[in-house]
Design a binder for this molecule. Structure first.
Ligand code: EPZ
Length: 422
């Protein structure tokens, strides 16, 4: 298993290109199942999660080809040859549940394995299922699988009110509603940029959608969708992660392709901590030139709030801030697993339920640490860049799910970072 060696100390200066969003791409890819015509995604990130979704779609009979080194995904689902998403693939990646809505909407039946829990929380899919039930689906949960049927072969439009915001449930319902008979209204829908991107792609395919980016999305079902070419939106989490690199190490880095609208609440916290963020023609320029950052309190919330997917990385920054910061995690119940690893590097963190109190120290010290999930792994790399001495982050397969070419991107800005093959 590979690990990453980081030698901490120096400031970072340069530019980092930001890739297309993993979490947008993972919801755009299942849209191929809605049409017999080709769907092409440009600006796709090269990540192991994308390879897993490719494998899943191929198992259902779709053709998926990675062109231009994987930056372009050419997909075609002339017919769905197999309507069962197998446990062996679904257990690797929870986003696999997103094939349920499209298969059900196009052919009136689908069987998809239930994903099970994961490292950051229980993460049930009940809201996905309730939304599809409201659209007329008959669901039978047995042998660890959801067996879904649409009576008469077609879902019907419905008013779906989510009891709380779920990104995945909004995506599944949105995908399904495009081909349902009649109008669907999604209330208390997620407003994430990935949802807006999905709606824009579906519209290019001929779907009739209004209100994406607000809490109410209205979809007028159509009889068929066609092909399209769509560029994947910039990855706001990769963007935020690299914005933290100069914030932690000092220096100035321009994140190419970044936009303030993708990370506004996060940039506000950086500003409060004393890190400057400016929008340029090419992206976002981030600089920390004087002294330590200041402590700030952070609460994770659905978009446009502070993203849970940047909480671990933000904690790495606050470990060396001047003062005491409180981080509150409101999306997932077990998302502080990076804290014990940061403590191994000299951080002072007290986790109590959904809160973590971080008392900033002058310096972290390098140590061998272990990645427990995707965002935790990159937070340890960031901490390692700021620490004295060497940090070895093991179990980096988590990292490869969501960050392409980390060593090259940070290395180009002067970071001493290398992958150790193992
Ligand atoms: C998406 O997960 C992202 N994944 C996550 O990114 C991200 O952390 C999360 O949204 C929140 O922003 C993808 O887009 C592939 P949710 P998702 O449904 O859709 C509960 C990363 O690091 N819930 O918005 O699964 C759930 O347990 C990852 O890239 C139910 O109870 O998140 C959680 O507490 C990790 N029932 C909360 O809602 C449901 O049916 C929000 O989850 C669905 C969700």
């Amino acid at each position: 298993m590979d690990s990453i060696l980081v030698k901490g100390g120096g400031a970072l200066n340069g530019e980092i290109p930001i890739a297309g969003a993993k979490n947008a791409c993972l919801t755009l890819m299942p849209a191929t199942l809605l049409t017999e015509e080709p769907l092409t995604l440009t600006n796709a990130p090269r990540l192991s999660d994308i390879a897993t979704m490719t494998q899943l779609l191929q198992s259902l009979g779709s053709e998926v080809a990675g062109l231009q080194g994987g930056k372009v995904l050419a997909m075609s689902s002339y017919r769905i040859g197999n309507h069962t998403a197998d446990y062996d693939i679904v257990r690797k990646m929870r986003a696999s549940i997103l094939v349920l809505g499209p298969m059900l909407a196009r052919d009136g039946h689908a069987v998809v394995s239930l994903p099970g829990g994961c490292a950051i929380g229980a993460r049930p899919v009940d809201l996905h299922l309730k939304a599809l039930e409201a659209m007329g689906a008959d669901l039978d949960l047995r042998d660890g699988y959801v067996h879904a049927k649409a009576p008469g072969g077609r879902l019907k439009g419905a008013v779906v009110e989510f009891p709380f915001v779920s990104v995945g449930a909004t995506e599944n319902a949105l995908l399904a509603a495009t081909l349902a008979k009649g109008t669907t209204v999604l209330k208390n829908a997620a407003r994430e940029p990935e949802i807006v991107d999905l709606a824009q792609c579906l519209r290019r395919m001929g779907a009739q959608i209004e209100g994406e980016g607000t809490a109410t999305i209205t979809i007028q079902g159509v009889d068929r969708l066609g092909g399209a070419t769509h560029p994947v939106v910039t990855d706001r989490i990769e963007l935020g992660t690299y914005m933290l690199a100069p914030a932690i190490c000092g220096g100035e880095v321009e994140c190419l392709g970044g936009r303030m609208s993708l990370v506004a609440s996060f940039a506000e916290k950086l500003d409060a901590a004393g890190v400057s963020v400016t929008e340029t023609e090419r992206g976002l320029k981030v600089a920390r030139k004087n002294g330590r950052v200041k402590a700030v309190d952070v609460t994770t919330e659905p978009f446009p709030g502070f993203p849970t997917d940047l909480q671990a990385q933000m904690m790495a920054l606050l470990c060396t801030a001047d003062g005491v910061s409180v981080l509150e995690e409101k999306i997932f119940e077990n998302r502080f697993m990076h804290a014990p690893e940061l403590i191994r590097m000299g951080a002072k963190i007290d986790v109590h339920g959904g809160h973590a109190t971080v008392t900033g120290v002058e310096k972290l010290r390098g140590a061998p640490v272990m990645a427990t999930d995707l965002r935790a792994s990159v937070s340890l790399i960031l901490a390692g860049l700021a620490a004295e001495g060497e940090t070895v982050v093991s179990r980096v397969y988590h990292l490869d799910r969501g960050y392409e070419h980390v060593e090259e991107k940070l290395g180009a800005c002067g970071a001493k970072i290398e992958r150790i093959k193992g």
